[in-house]
Ligand binder design. Structure first.
Ligand code: HPA
Length: 285
């Protein structure tokens, strides 16, 4: 490489972005937090904070979605040095899967060895209600199974192996801590399978029935790219969905969602989610 990396998501982009962040904050984050639609409130709890807008970081994409702040918040939470992404990137914004995961790879290169990720999702399990929290036990990367995977292309062996396993993707110990924290706080925590589609269209009735049939409990448009990139780099992963809307009723009839309702429900459930994550961080500490 001659220093002019033509690929805005490659090794050079990661080190340039990491260097820029290091110049503004000496913090070595242990945990990368990715905060989904309407769930950015957790970043307000971070102390000794340094806030860096994505727009300032070389090579970072820009968050374009309402409900996503679009900035990095570095500091302390639950006694742990963290780097929070308040707002994330989605495939439906037109970014490549590699661009979507560039910020996470940058946070890993700064030192983060654990990823905690949240998202807004539609409930497919008929017992779920809007505002429920769901610990992700496993995922179906439907968009990835059809060729949209952040690891497609030359493999950077400094990041991880060519063919990473995805069997123990969602860390058992972190899930136990999340369950224990939720129990102690009296917060109901479901557990299930998240399925990712590219969006931005919500699902047709036939698609919703199909997703349920193949074993998904909640559906969303994010998270799986970051989780794949994290596992590729050997990071531990905890992921929690906020069920913002009932997508499929018990009688298999669909319910029309809208983005405003999704953001509002996420904001309402945000406090409980923040408390669970803070509790997990305290245990990690
Ligand atoms: N479908 C897809 N993504 C979503 C939904 C949904 O119903 N709700 C929040 N994100």
């Amino acid at each position: 490489m001659d220093g002019t990396d033509p690929v805005p998501h490659g090794e050079t982009a990661i080190s340039v972005a990491a260097q820029y962040i290091q110049n503004l904050s000496p913090l070595v984050p242990r945990v990368a937090l990715v905060l989904g639609t309407g769930l950015g409130g957790l970043a307000e709890r971070i102390t000794e904070r340094v806030v860096i807008p994505y727009a300032d970081v070389p090579h970072f994409p820009l968050a374009t979605v309402a409900g996503h702040a679009g900035q990095l918040v570095l500091g302390q939470l639950g006694g742990v040095p963290v780097a929070a992404m308040q707002g994330r990137f989605h495939l439906y914004e037109g970014y490549t899967p590699q661009q979507v995961v560039l910020p996470l790879r940058t946070l890993h290169s700064l030192g983060a060895d654990t990823l905690i990720v949240t998202n807004a999702a539609g409930g497919l399990d008929a017992t779920y209600k809007a505002g429920d929290l769901m610990l992700i036990r496993d995922h179906i990367g439907l968009a990835m199974m059809s060729g949209i995977n952040p690891l497609i292309g030359p493999n950077d062996t400094s990041l991880g192996p060519r063919f990473p396993a995805m069997t123990d993707t969602y860390d058992a110990e972190l899930r136990t801590w999340a369950r224990m924290t939720a129990n102690q706080l009296g917060i109901a925590l479901r557990e299930g399978v998240y399925i990712m589609l590219s969006g931005p269209t919500y699902e047709t009735p036939a698609e919703l029935r199909f997703l349920r049939l193949i074993g998904a409990d909640a559906v969303g448009m994010s998270t799986v790219p970051e989780v794949i990139a994290a596992r590729h780099m050997g990071m531990r992963v905890l992921a929690i969905s906020c069920v913002t809307n009932v997508a499929l009723r018990a009688d298999d009839t669909p319910v029309e969602p809208n983005h405003e309702e999704v953001v509002e429900a996420a904001e309402r459930a945000g406090t409980a989610l923040s408390e669970i994550i803070t509790g997990v961080l305290e245990r990690l500490h």
